[in-house]
Design a protein around this ligand. Structure first.
Ligand SMILES: Cc1cc2nc3c(=O)[nH]c(=O)nc-3n(C[C@H](O)[C@H](O)[C@H](O)COP(=O)(O)O)c2cc1C
Length: 319
């Protein structure tokens, strides 16, 4: 066996096991697959279906300082190859989360990432200041990109200045690494990514959902009570992938890619385009075991192709 093949893969019963770990610089993941915010509850809901310890990590549902009811129903609808949601960040608030959920999920070995929300910059800061005092969290994902909260999908991630100001404010108080989650509802996502990088974010995750709508032609009513919602699932994958590629080529911090990942091959496309890790969202609704299946499919790909370390796939797009 060549010497370099001894580094990374472990030999088990004659099979070369691929090393799926990825290094985000501030966080080492045992594999690149993270469950995406809003599609994995607070981490506990999926434990009947899978062991969260097998994931690269998971992001909990977006948390504001206070509890929120979200938008009125109907707020979820199916579209061809996707789902449309206008949940509007319903949540239990940080205090209840820390009291009732965190003690149960901090037992997991896998990194727990908190999706941080706020009405104004100050609320994001308050959420982070409060969570800083409670051990068991690995990083914050700053949700500045939800299209379902303000009118017409307005959110800070649509504007480079707003992005800069909020990332700078939160970074100043955060005792943990900060991942800033970007919106696809912009003309130039690289401009926003560079603003977040300049303000000090440690990594970027993209994309949140695409502002969209659906109409029932029988009733002539919109599917969602909110009229507009966020589109996710396979329908968005090629656009999200293009954005991840553009951002990864222009920033010097790790990029976490997401949008429509349903299989190991989908996840690998993001890695090849430059993402260091991926998040899996809508797929969790189709099959609650999706994340572990995706990890196994990625492992198989590496083993079949004789790739000892999955990190070597990152940014390997051949042009
Ligand atoms: C029902 C639902 C709820 C979501 N809630 C959140 C949330 O709380 N915070 C957030 O940053 N993103 C939220 N998202 C966006 C996802 O995390 C993800 O960015 C998006 O769905 C694209 O990935 P996917 O195509 O794999 O689902 C939500 C998505 C869905 C479908």
């Amino acid at each position: 066996m060549k010497k370099d093949l001894c580094f990374g893969p472990k030999k088990l019963y004659g099979l070369k096991m691929a090393d799926l770990s990825v290094d985000l610089g501030f966080l080492q993941l045992q594999n690149p697959v993270i469950a995406a915010s809003g599609t994995f509850g607070y981490g506990l809901e999926f434990s009947p279906y899978l062991d969260p310890n097998n994931l690269g990590g998971f992001v909990v549902k977006g948390l504001y300082f206070y509890p929120r009811e979200g938008n009125p129903p109907p707020r979820l609808g199916e579209t061809p190859c996707g789902i449309l949601n206008s949940i509007g960040l319903q949540g239990i608030g940080v205090k209840k989360f820390v009291r009732e959920i965190l003690p149960q999920i901090r037992k997991y070995q896998t990194p727990i990432i908190i999706n941080v929300c706020g009405e104004e910059d100050q609320e994001y800061v308050s959420v982070v200041e409060f969570l800083n005092q409670h051990p068991g969290i690995s990083a914050y994902e700053l949700n500045i990109s939800c299209p379902n909260v303000k009118k017409n999908g307005r959110c800070p991630a649509l504007d480079p200045q707003d992005t800069f100001s909020i990332v700078r404010a939160v970074k100043k108080v955060s005792s943990l690494p900060l991942i800033t989650k970007l919106s696809p509802n912009v003309t130039d996502i690289v401009e926003i990514a560079l603003s977040a990088q300049q303000a000090g974010t440690d990594a970027l995750s993209l994309v949140n959902t695409f502002l969209a709508m659906d109409v029932d032609p029988q009733t002539r009513k919109p599917t969602l009570a909110n009229i507009y919602g966020g589109l996710s699932g396979p329908a968005i994958k090629p656009i999200a992938l293009r954005m991840v590629h553009q951002v990864a080529q222009n920033v010097g911090i790790p990029v976490i890619g997401m949008g429509g990942i349903m299989s190991g091959e989908d996840a690998l496309e993001y890695l090849i385009a430059g993402a260091r890790a991926v998040e899996v969202g809508t797929a969790n609704f189709v099959d609650p075991e999706s994340t572990v299946k995706i990890i196994n499919q990625m492992k198989k790909y590496c083993e079949q192709k004789g790739i000892p370390r999955i990190e070597s796939v990152v940014g390997s797009l051949k042009i």
